[in-house]
Ligand binder design. Structure first.
Ligand code: NDP
Length: 434
């Protein structure tokens, strides 16, 4: 905290990990004696750079770009790029730190990193987004590579942005490699990558419910967000006969008391992905109520899936969810629940899974995209989806193994942190003090 007083999100992520790891570390002093914690807290490298670009009126604009290369003990740095006005070094360090544990949990050989810029793609033309992406990649290209650092998408970086970024990299390097994941199918992308984070989150929730001999059939699920993760979590929930009673964006919440139909889901996906519209545009649509400036956490539900952004669900929201009868919270976003909210869920002994376990499906399929690129092969959707399910099950098993508490309760935060930590820390110990 003394070293980086202006990075509250990073402190929050570190506190969550360290407080749940502490008893385990005391039982295994080798990790403490070798400075593993101190080394995990410090990125291997941080790159910050100017991103100049020209808008449609011919004005020069300047944004700040970043790449945080956090830890490469078990593989090349891997993690998304975020384009959002709230991006700063503290936010990216928290995301990169979480990514190290998440990637280890997948059991694939991927280290952790994260990057992005304080650029807001909202309201920009395609041509402006393209010029920004080209300028961003012109600097980033010298720091990444298919066996060095492999970025992907995150908030504000979807298929369009990945296409422009990849095009610029290929032009500069004159090589066609797996330097980015989340690529389009026509140029090396993997089937099921767009769906993977949301689907994986639902597969994880299924496993959690199984703990208590429950399933998703007929359950009311509050989903927040309406971007990539939220859309595909909602889609899989609908397929599995759950009732998706909400989606949201930064303007408000769309409430659908009877549960979204596939037709309603399709119109929302079209609005968000093709027309880049707002949920408020659906305020008068049949069967849906729009609640401006509202989050979904006051709605009566059985499950909650926060899939928008960090700290979108606080202690008061948690109390409301518990009051409404919520029994399971599965994080689709990274760190959407505050520490206070997590404490409340644990105190109430409901099922709670942190993002580093529940949303690892996206990076897992990115890992599979890299494998397919290396082999110059494309796997079928069935094959990728099966591997995704297997990986989510194995992450759940790892959480069960390390997160067992008295009375059979599973502390998924502790389970995920210990399982991810051991894999990275053992590799660091073996490689000496570097
Ligand atoms: P998108 O950009 O596709 O969607 C983000 C959604 O969250 C939008 O609905 C957006 O609303 C909302 N949102 C973003 N910032 C805020 C904010 N400050 N306040 C309220 N709402 C906000 O991003 P993704 O779906 O890809 O990412 C969502 C979360 O999932 C992030 O935490 C990301 O790190 C995490 N994640 C994503 C993965 C992926 O594969 N994409 C993998 C693992 C984790 P609006 O449009 O109004 O801004």
């Amino acid at each position: 905290r003394l070293r980086d007083p202006d990075q509250p999100e990073f402190h929050q992520a570190a506190e969550e990990v360290l407080s749940s790891l502490w008893p385990f570390l005391q039982e295994h002093p080798t990790y403490l004696n070798n400075g593993i914690i101190e080394r995990l807290m410090e990125p291997e490298r941080v790159i910050m750079f100017r991103v100049p670009w020209v808008d449609d009126r011919g004005q020069v604009r300047v944004n700040r770009g970043y790449r945080v290369q956090m830890n490469s003990a078990i593989g090349p740095y891997k993690g998304g790029l975020r384009f959002h006005p709230t991006v700063n070094l503290g936010v990216l360090k928290f995301l990169a730190f979480e990514q190290v544990f998440k990637n280890a949990l997948t059991t694939l050989p991927m280290g952790g990193g994260k990057g992005g810029a304080d650029f807001d793609p909202k309201g920009k033309s395609d041509a402006e987004v393209m010029r920004f992406c080209q300028s961003f990649m012109t600097e980033l290209a010298r720091h990444i590579g298919d066996s060095v650092d492999i970025p992907a998408g995150d908030i504000g970086v979807g298929a369009r942005e990945i296409g422009y970024l990849y095009g610029q990299y290929r032009r500069m390097r004159n090589e066609f490699t797996s330097v980015l994941t989340g690529k389009g199918l026509s140029y090396g992308g993997s089937l099921v990558r767009p769906e993977a984070t949301g689907y994986g989150c639902v597969y994880f929730a299924e496993q959690m419910l199984k703990q208590r001999n429950l399933d998703l059939n007929g359950k009311r699920v509050c989903v927040s967000g309406s971007g990539n993760v939220a859309q595909f979590a909602a889609r899989k929930l609908i397929e599995l006969q759950a009732r998706v009673i909400s989606l949201s964006d930064s303007g408000g919440t769309l409430h659908c008391a009877d549960g979204l139909s596939l037709e309603q889901w399709t119109s929302i996906a079209e609005l968000k992905n093709m027309r880049r519209g707002r949920l408020a545009d659906l305020a008068n649509a049949p069967g849906m109520t729009y609640l401006p400036n509202s989050t979904p956490w006051h709605l009566e539900c059985d499950l909650a899936m926060p899939c928008a952004t960090q700290n979108e669900l606080n202690g008061d929201d948690a109390a409301q969810l518990l009051e409404q009868g919520c029994i399971c919270v599965t994080e689709g976003a990274n760190m959407p629940c505050t520490l206070e909210a997590i404490d409340r869920f644990h105190e109430a002994r409901i099922l709670f899974a942190p993002g580093k376990a529940a949303n690892a499906g996206g990076v897992a399929v990115s890992g599979l995209e890299m494998s397919q690129n290396a082999m110059r092969l494309n796997w079928s959707a069935e094959k990728v989806d099966l591997r995704l399910r297997e990986i989510m099950h194995s992450i759940h098993q790892a959480c069960e193994k390390h997160g067992q508490e008295a009375g059979g309760y599973i502390d998924y935060v502790k389970g995920a942190n210990i399982a991810g930590f051991v894999r990275v820390a053992d590799a660091m110990l073996a490689q000496g003090v570097i």
